[in-house]
Design a protein around this ligand. Structure first.
Ligand SMILES: [Zn+2]
Length: 198
């Protein structure tokens, strides 16, 4: 017995003679609205994580950093993009997908180990960022502050307006984040000297 193909409403709209133009406009509007909603949710997520309200300028900066980061390699831009959108899958998210998976942090073994725990709040990671800050402070002559908004999102609040220092910080912070992503599942504490290696 033959069955009629299941034509979607969207496709039906496209198939109406002369209706293509309106349909494409509507599709574009729907996609644009979807993207705006997703970005609003992402902004709220980061504001809660940072415990601060981001100004429009700061949020624009966070969105632009993956595109304009002074480190040119595309790979580095993807790393920043992944941090902004927290695409790295932490144990907590994995446990939501697979109930049999443990939600524990591989380093400190605490439960509900989400993305922010893995990249910022886990005690060995806190120590890692402290060491990174100390090292960068020596290189930038006291111009580095351990600031979650700056380190993770690239939102600069106190960064000096010195281009060469900013370039050093851009590269160092991307390397430090790349290393955390590379040893995502490691039970060992991340090491500052590895984090700043090219
Ligand atoms: Zn941990």
């Amino acid at each position: 017995m033959s069955r009629e193909p299941n034509t979607s409403i969207l496709l039906q709209t496209l198939l109406i003679p002369g209706g293509e133009r309106k349909a494409i406009t509507n599709i574009y509007k729907a996609l644009h609205m979807e993207a705006r909603c997703a970005l609003t949710l992402l902004r709220t997520y980061w504001e809660e994580a940072l415990r601060m309200e981001l100004t429009d300028a700061q949020w624009e900066q966070a969105l632009m950093v993956p595109k304009i980061i002074s480190v040119n390699a595309r790979y580095y831009k993807y790393i920043q993009f992944n941090y902004l959108h927290n695409t790295y899958i932490a144990s907590a998210r994995l446990a939501q997908i697979y109930p049999s998976a443990a939600d524990r942090c591989p380093r400190c073994h605490s439960g509900n180990a989400n993305f922010l725990h893995m990249v910022w709040a886990c005690p060995p990671v806190v120590e890692y960022w402290e060491m990174i800050t100390e090292t960068l402070n020596k290189i930038t002559k006291g111009n580095t502050w351990r600031d979650m908004a700056h380190f993770l999102l690239g939102v600069t609040r106190r960064t000096p307006k010195n281009k060469s220092i900013n370039k050093i910080l851009d590269l160092a912070l991307i390397l430090a984040k790349r290393y955390l992503a590379m040893c995502w599942k490691s039970a060992l504490p991340p090491r500052c000297q590895d984090g700043l290696s090219i």
